[in-house]
Design a protein around this ligand. Structure first.
Ligand code: SF4
Ligand code: SF4
Length: 484
């Protein structure tokens, strides 16, 4: 992978701060994202206190102890990082970013560091270092590409995650994420888009009518059906933005006779905790799981969303019962299973345009969902082309790690973070790029617009919806009378 450096003009655009000088002065923090109002005094002391508490109550210390011993400073990680390759700035070398936090750990939480600090009386954490971390940790998309290369097994995205966690504990976290999560956990609607139940119900009725108009098939979005096999929970933004993805999923369930339900009590799989705070992550996971328990479903099925699938898949067992917890699947696993069992039929003559597939980092990097989506696509798309690199070595869309939700850094995301991805997509010449993730869809649409790439971003189930073949018995039923 080779990425050209951004021009001075692009650099100015990408790093321009959208915040007013008086806001920066008031918050005493020169970062490009807005933060909530918070106490600005004694930040170094509060950072170290938060760090100490986290070390006491988690097992991060084991990873940190390993990392401070291992780094060879070989810089192999640098050549894998799309951010560094675009900026050429040494501050964006993955191990340089990680060192910001590791040096604090070394100085304040190891015997040798504390001894040297007392002996020489220097090295206490400063406000400037906190500001550097607050800026740097949100320049990383947490795509984990750099971990593929590191011979020492250092996970820079984990260190970015920990750094953001500590910062958020002292009030430094992007307002966009904090406000949404507050609504999800404490607000009246209980979801990150503040979508009320009547609006959800209206939307789903509207989609049912659309499917009937399109396909002549009566398809239902079942609500609050106890003892269903799957509790289906997408990113709530799909109800507002991704109608065709949801219609495709409902169509798959109809054609395959699957047992599923959507809860009207909790219908948001988004978990921004993954991006800034482990305590938030745990609360959101518990909320999702409680809904599966309440409706007595066999399992949890997450929609087309990378981070939501990853958090539910890996943290439900950790926080909700270990190996006895209900299993978690991504919707593409269900669809693939139905295809394999011959229950889902797709017309190979409908989608004739060139199609490519974007691997969302959160489901692809560790090799969880890489081949199954491709097998589905190849089953009905004649002109499928791969981007290179792909699968576990894919390039991030540029909006990973929650950065896509921060609108004020869009120029950074589309000029720096997603630059290589835009080139990759352009080179395929594809008409459609499939992005089975709510965050990737938003970022890729903005990226392709800003980088002037002529390609449409679409969900996997949007395409399936075009090509699905229903059973004869389901087609051409009379249109249901809404009064009945
Ligand atoms: S690849 Fe690993 S060992 Fe080499 S510089 Fe990067 S973090 Fe250090
Ligand atoms: S996680 Fe991705 S963006 Fe962050 S340092 Fe590694 S390669 Fe770069």
């Amino acid at each position: 992978m080779r990425i050209g450096l951004i021009t001075p003009e692009e650099r100015e655009k990408a790093f321009k701060t959208p915040k007013k000088p008086d806001v920066i002065e008031k918050q005493k923090l020169n970062v490009r994202y807005h933060v909530e109002d918070y106490e600005v005094g004694s930040r170094p002391r509060r950072f170290l206190e938060a760090f100490a508490v986290i070390l006491k109550h988690t097992n991060y210390r084991f990873a940190l102890e390993h990392f401070i011993r291992m780094s060879a400073k070989c810089a192999r990680c640098a050549v894998q990082c799309p951010v560094y390759l675009a900026t050429g700035d040494k501050c964006d070398i993955p191990c340089h970013r990680s060192e910001l936090l590791l040096s604090v750990y070394r100085r304040h939480f190891t015997m040798g560091g504390m001894f040297r600090g007392r002996l020489f009386g220097n090295g206490y954490l400063t406000d400037d270092e906190i500001e550097e971390m607050a800026e740097s940790f949100w320049n990383c998309t947490a795509c984990r590409r750099c971990t593929l290369e590191c011979p020492a097994g250092i996970d820079h995205a984990l260190l970015t995650h920990l750094g953001r966690f500590i910062l958020s504990e002292i009030g430094i976290a992007p307002r966009a994420l904090v406000v949404s999560t507050r609504e999800q956990l404490e607000g009246a609607t209980g979801n990150t888009s503040a979508l009320p139940v009547p609006a959800l119900q209206d939307t789903l009725e509207f989609l049912e009518e659309d499917i009937f108009d399109d396909k002549g098939v009566e398809v239902k979005f079942p609500l609050d059906v106890e003892r269903s096999e799957y509790l289906f929970t997408p990113a709530v933004s799909d109800f507002l933005m991704e109608a065709e993805t949801l219609m495709g999923i409902a169509a798959v369930f109809k054609a395959t006779g699957g047992s599923w339900t959507i809860s009207t009590n909790y219908y948001d799989a988004i978990n921004y905790g993954l991006f800034y705070n482990d305590r938030i992550l745990e609360r959101v996971i518990r909320k999702l799981y409680a809904e599966a328990e309440r409706l007595k479903t066999d399992s949890i099925l997450i929609g087309e969303c990378g981070h939501a699938s990853r958090t539910a898949r890996y943290f439900v067992p950790i926080h909700c019962g270990g190996s006895k917890a209900k299993p978690v699947y991504n919707i593409m696993e269900y669809t693939h299973k139905m295809l394999e069992e011959g229950k889902l039929k797709l017309d190979p003559n409908v989608v004739t345009e060139t199609v490519t597939y974007h691997d969302p980092c959160n489901i692809a990097r560790q090799g969880w969902l890489v081949d199954k989506p491709r097998e589905i696509v190849r089953a009905f798309c004649k002109n499928y082309v791969e981007m290179k690199p792909n699968k576990t070595e894919n390039l991030c869309c540029g909006g990973g790690g929650g950065s896509v939700s921060i609108d004020e850094i869009r120029p950074y995301r589309t000029t720096v973070g997603g630059r290589a991805k835009a080139d990759q997509i352009r080179e395929t010449g594809a008409k459609y790029v499939i992005a089975p993730c709510a965050n990737c869809k938003k970022q890729l649409r903005e990226l392709l617009e800003d980088q002037e790439v002529d390609c449409e971003v679409i969900g996997l189930h949007d395409l399936i919806y075009k090509a699905i073949i229903f059973n004869d018995k389901d087609i051409n039923k009379p249109k249901p009378d809404k009064e009945d």
